[in-house]
Design a protein around this ligand. Sequence first.
Ligand code: SF4
Ligand code: SF4
Length: 264
Amino acid sequence: MLKNDSDHKAKSMDLGPKLKPEDTFTFSCGPHVPCFTECCGKLDLVLTPYDVLRLKTRLDMTSSDFLDKFASLRQRTPHGFPEFFMKMNEDSGNRCPFVTSAGCEIYEDRPGACRIYPIGRGSTKSPIDGKAKEFFFVVREDHCKGFKEKTRWKISDWLQDQNMEEYNRVNDLLMELYVRKAHRSQFCLTERHLKMFVMACYNIERFRDFIFGSNFLRKFRLSDELVHDIRESDSALLEFAFQWLKFALFGDPTITIREGSPST
Ligand code: SF4
Ligand code: SF4
């Protein structure tokens, strides 16, 4: 898995060529590899909004409690939006708080970055139709002995095996916000914007309180079905959060204002 030491990265990480879903690589990870769980420490392990939602649900915690206990906030990021990272456990040599000698104790809900490794995913704009085109690469690191294993994977099969589909789908909604901001180079996020972003993306309970405990539903027209879904389902509410942020930050017409509505 990706370590956070920049010298180490520069010396031993090889991103290789851009690959397609049908391209293959050889890799295997599990208790049979000599480096098993060695990479689960000293990590810059980013937690996306969907990671936080999965983990706080798995641990039966509120988002606030989860973030307080397991995450640290970084305000300065390349895309300008705050990001959360998994807090490594200082008492155990900066190991991930969820690693055990038997492996990852939250395996079914581990963050997307842990799942997809050693594959990286990116996108470029097609010069022909302007649409985003997905590509992949293999992140080869010297410390990872999984590359010495013989199992051959098609990239598409690896993503399916690691249940990346839902992670990629929801994370892409976050990427749309990053891209939206990047296309508006003069746009500056205010303190209010940043607070709204953190609440809507990472604190689903507070975002629900904001919607159901304010003038929100009197000001904005949401279908009965959507109101039901975002009241009952954290996943539906997170997806709605991305629509709301496009409206609240950039003025995109993703939400309809009721005529003669009160101000929130
Ligand atoms: S979440 Fe699990 S897989 Fe990811 S670093 Fe922690 S222990 Fe390892
Ligand atoms: S094979 Fe790679 S990903 Fe698996 S435990 Fe070893 S270093 Fe980590």
